[in-house]
Structures are given as structure tokens and as C-alpha cells.
Ligand binder design. Sequence first.
Ligand code: AP5
Ligand code: MG
Length: 191
Amino acid sequence: MFNMVVFGPPGCGKGTQSKKIVEDFGFLHMSSGDLIRKEIRKNTAMGQFLEKFISRGLLVPDSIILKEIFRYWLQHLNAKGMVFDGFPRNLYQAQMMDKVFNKRKLGIELVISIEAPEDELIRRVIERGKDSGRTDDNAEVMHNRLLIYQSQTRPVIDYYKKNKRLFTVDGQNPIKEVYAEIKSLISEKHH
Ligand code: AP5
Ligand code: MG
């Protein structure tokens, strides 16, 4: 099973690129944000609890997200591969992921970090907010999302750099070009 992470700030293109990867390589897509939004749409007590975090641009508690992610992963160990989009989002999540995967003699083989300048990220998210229905797609919440990314999520890059699993792509390029670069990185690692 080929496990990989698509990493980067809000609006960098994680979801867009992950969809292309799963189509091409037959992997499964695990988006932690989509998982949370699905629960919110069900309007459960848990959904209402999670909405308080997401609508402010804050990370939801680790225990909740870890439980759901690992449950899904353990149910799909026979998949060709899995693309993690938006997870891990802090150092603790990254460490727990390695711990759980290593127990099964598996690991994260590739981490792709998509980079783009903040003004471009803000422009994209505000544009998408016109019809996404996402309560966090507006200038105010995006400001918080970027602060959280810088303080809690970005440090995960150094964690992955240490064991040479990290590759960076320029997310300012057109979607197709970004994908071409990602595709060749996966092809090098996945046979
Ligand atoms: P999440 O759903 O993960 O959102 P995000 O990281 O803020 O990022 P987005 O989904 O907004 O952007 P993206 O990088 O996927 O870009 P996209 O492809 O859509 O998380 C939301 C919230 O959930 C978090 O704030 C937190 O509250 C919670 N959460 C999630 N995971 C968690 C975790 N692990 N732990 C705790 N809490 C968690 O593209 C954006 C736009 O740009 C689109 O319109 C797209 O068409 C366009 N675009 C994409 N690429 C390009 C390009 N190359 N050129 C031009 N336009 C482009
Ligand atoms: Mg996304």
C-alpha cells in the first residue's frame, strides 16, 4: 500500500491535486476537511461541535480526527494506495500517523508540499467562497486559517524534511503543470 500526504496552506490546491492523483493511480482519497464537513451536514451533535472549530478556522481536537482517519485507513489496508489531504496538520498528528503505520510495517512514502504566496491563496479562497457554501471561505476566517497554518501546520514540514520524504512543488503554476510535477514524483516512488 502506497501512503502519501498532500500538504500545504489553505487554497494551495490540495483537494484539486488529490482528485487527479486518485483518478490516475487508483488510490483512495482521505480528506480530513471533507470528513468533517460530511459530519456537519448530517447535523449530529458531533457535527455541531465540529462546526464551531471549522467556522473559526481552528483545528478540531486531535483525538476526534485521529480516530476517524485511522479507522478508515485500517479498513482499507488492501487498497493500492491512499492520499491524505489536509492531514496531518500538526506535529502530534504526524507523529501518531508514523506510529500507527509503522506498527503495520507501513509508512508515509511521499509528502508533497504545495506552496503559493498568501495573496494568491486568499484570492482563490474568496473566489471559491462565492458558491462553495463553506463557512470558512471568507477573508476573516481565511486570515485565521493562515495563522493556524503558519503556527501549527507548517512546522510539520521540518519533521518530514528530516527523513527525506518531502518534495515541494510550486502551486502558482497552472493546475495541469502542478499535476505533471506531482505525477512524476509519484511515478518515481511507486512502481
Ligand atoms: P480543509 O478542508 O483541509 O481545508 P484547507 O486546508 O483550509 O484547504 P482548502 O480545502 O480550502 O484548499 P485546498 O488546498 O484543498 O485547495 P483546493 O484544491 O480546494 O480544512 C478545513 C478545516 O477543517 C480546517 O480549517 C480545520 O478546521 C479542519 N481540519 C481539517 N483537517 C484537520 C485536521 N487534520 N486536524 C484538525 N482539523 C482539521 O483549491 C482552492 C481553490 O483554488 C479552488 O477554487 C481551485 O479550483 C483553485 N486552484 C487550485 N489549484 C489552482 C492552481 N494551480 N491555479 C489556480 N487556481 C487553483
Ligand atoms: Mg481542500
